[in-house]
Write a protein that binds this ligand. Structure first.
Ligand code: HEC
Ligand code: HEC
Ligand code: HEC
Ligand code: HEC
Ligand code: HEC
Length: 453
């Protein structure tokens, strides 16, 4: 019962943007600075419209993941350190959610909550937006029983999964025996669509792609060959690896067991939450995704023409993907003379932990009603900036750098990544007083070369 992808389902038309109030005109911010600039805007006016109710079940209909832990120890361990388990409590999510709530007078509560707190949203515990009605199970984000009781997909965006909570747990096999629950084979659980309906966020009022991971995957070579999200993200190492073992006490031995850490780019957040092993896996994923290749020549007038090719060699979607309006990926370039003196640099981090605003950025930003660039997803009217590296594809940038004198020069280039821009954290601090630790950069790839003039 898949609906047309391009139609916004009445089920999810929760909000309609009734045009935003005029904002202060400011010079167009550099991509990395936009969050700081957008902090002083006035509330957007959003009108609520009539809507079909989403699926609602009795509180307690979904099992607490602690109950699954009794037998599925290893999987519980992995999941409890995943971002899915923190999807609601995440200190980096909450400020954005609360700001959306304030600026839209609550119109976004159920939209965001549907994905970030799916059990709360489906058991009538949201609203209120402060989570005060959440029980223990709802607090734990996207948990075991939510995913393993999905019985179908209604639409491939904005959380169209159909829930059938109860004794039947659906999974990729169906041949196991459990004393606690029934087991049923579900083809859907082996398909990217299971993930895609959440990893595909569309602005309900104007169709702007807020997150486009699934759609992007579907149309690229990975999607066409059926290499799924699970193939890459439900293994502990980058690439399509095996993970032999048992999924449960008393379970059968399997050639490979689905890993539940759902590793992505969030090494900084994982490190801050004390999950060092997950943070390291995340850095490995980031390093496996990209490669840099250089082509250089020096012209007769002594100008270095340096072309940096950024290749996406390991990710099944564009890099970066997901919340690329919060994340940044950028190029660092440094040219030093024979004595080590830096004669040119781009993309460096300053003493306030901000990235050089003139750097080459790979990310997405939206355009709001006043044509200003913004990282606030709920204000998006269209895409304002989108530069990312397609799966198995590349993008290149040419730098023209005057070399001051004759001699040898050392060139160093790096592809850098931050799962959150520092400006977002500064902005949270200004607004709420909540001080989040300075964001840490990860080097995804690097390349060096030498030239002489
Ligand atoms: C009493 C122990 C026990 C508890 C508690 C338990 N399970 Fe299981 N579960 C098993 C066993 C045993 C298997 C079969 C494993 C095998 O042989 O591969 C299994 C298999 C599964 C499968 C795989 C289905 C398939 O065939 O693909 C899923 C999914 C699952 N359990 C989910 C859950 C969830 C969700 C919970 C908590 C609500 C839970 N289990 C609680 C023992 C348990
Ligand atoms: C985001 C959704 C999601 C969450 C949350 C989740 N799972 Fe899974 N799980 C899956 C998918 C998808 C598979 C099948 C992956 C594959 O084999 O392609 C799976 C596989 C399994 C299996 C079968 C493993 C195997 O290889 O035989 C078990 C058992 C299981 N999950 C239990 C759990 C338990 C217990 C939790 C909570 C601690 C949990 N899952 C949380 C999506 C999820
Ligand atoms: C119910 C909605 C939902 C489903 C289903 C879902 N996800 Fe997620 N996923 C999320 C949300 C929300 C986050 C972000 C949580 C946060 O950072 O607070 C996330 C985060 C992630 C991350 C990022 C981790 C990081 O380190 O940045 C990966 C990777 C991921 N999911 C993979 C998957 C895969 C693979 C599946 C399918 C097996 C899946 N997800 C199913 C909602 C979902
Ligand atoms: C060929 C392997 C592969 C496939 C297929 C794949 N991914 Fe990824 N994914 C990666 C790698 C490697 C990274 C780390 C690079 C990065 O963070 O962009 C990543 C990063 C992510 C992130 C973190 C966001 C970011 O850019 O930091 C999310 C979320 C995610 N993937 C979700 C998905 C979903 C959902 C699917 C299926 C629709 C999927 N991935 C398919 C390899 C894959
Ligand atoms: C259809 C599902 C869905 C909806 C609706 C949704 N999100 Fe998300 N959100 C995700 C997924 C999936 C990710 C993880 C993507 C990634 O890792 O790049 C995410 C990640 C985030 C993050 C980053 C968290 C972190 O730890 O870095 C923030 C902040 C966020 N969402 C805020 C919101 C807000 C605010 C809303 C409502 C206006 C919202 N989201 C609505 C699916 C959703």
């Amino acid at each position: 019962m898949k609906r047309s992808f391009f139609l916004v389902s009445p089920l999810f038309i929760l909000i309609i943007m009734a045009g935003c109030t005029p904002l202060k005109k400011s010079p167009e911010p550099a991509p990395d600075q936009v969050e700081a600039v957008s902090g002083t805007e006035q509330p957007a006016e959003i009108a609520k419209t009539e809507t079909t109710e989403p699926q609602i079940f009795e509180p307690g209909s979904f099992d607490n993941p602690k109950n699954c832990r009794e037998c599925h120890r290893q999987i519980y361990e992995e999941w409890s350190h995943s971002m899915h388990s923190k999807a609601w409590t995440d200190q980096w999510y909450q400020p954005d959610f609360q700001l959306a709530h304030e600026e839209t007078e609550g119109a976004t509560d159920m939209l965001c909550g549907a994905c970030h707190a799916p059990i709360a949203a489906r058991t009538g515990q949201l609203p209120p937006a402060d989570g005060s009605k959440f029980d223990q199970t709802s607090q734990q984000g996207i948990s075991c029983d939510f995913c393993h009781t999905i019985s179908g997909i209604d639409q491939m965006y904005n959380m169209g999964q159909i829930s059938s909570p109860g004794p039947i747990k659906r999974g990729p096999r169906g041949d196991g025996r459990s004393l606690y629950h029934e087991v049923q084979y579900s083809e859907l659980h082996t398909k990217a669509d299971l993930c895609g309906s959440c990893h595909m966020v569309i602005h309900p009022a104007n169709g702007t792609r807020i997150i486009d991971t699934w759609e992007d995957w579907k149309s690229n070579q990975y999607g066409k060959k059926g290499i799924t999200c699970q193939d890459c993200h439900m293994t502990p190492t980058p690439g399509i690896a095996i993970n032999p073992g048992r999924s449960s006490l008393m379970g059968k031995r399997r050639e490979t067991v689905a890993f539940h850490g759902f590793i992505g780019g969030s090494s900084y957040i994982q490190e801050e939450m004390g999950n060092h092993a997950q943070a390291e896996m995340s850095r490995e994923f980031l390093r496996a995704a990209a490669e840099l290749k250089l082509a250089e020549k020096v012209t007769e007038d002594g100008t270095l023409e340096l072309t940096v090719d950024v290749h996406n060699v390991g990710a099944g979607h564009k890099i970066p993907t997901g919340t690329t309006y919060i994340r940044i990926m950028w190029l660092q370039v440094e040219v030093a003379d024979a004595s080590g003196k830096v004669v040119y640099s781009s993309g460096q981090v300053d003493e306030n932990n901000h990235v050089d605003p003139d750097a080459v950025f790979f990310r997405v930003l939206f355009r709001d009603a006043d044509s200003n660039l913004t990282g606030k997803s709920w204000r998006a009217q269209s895409i304002g900036y989108d530069r990312r590296i397609p799966a198995k594809g590349m993008d290149s940038e040419t730098y023209r750098i005057p070399l001051p004198a004759q001699g040898e020069y050392q060139i160093t280039t790096r592809l850098m990544y931050r799962s959150v821009a520092q400006q977002s954290l500064d902005e949270i601090f200004t607004r709420t007083g909540q001080q989040l630790p300075p964001v840490v950069s990860v080097e995804m790839a690097s390349a060096q070369t030498r030239v002489s003039r």
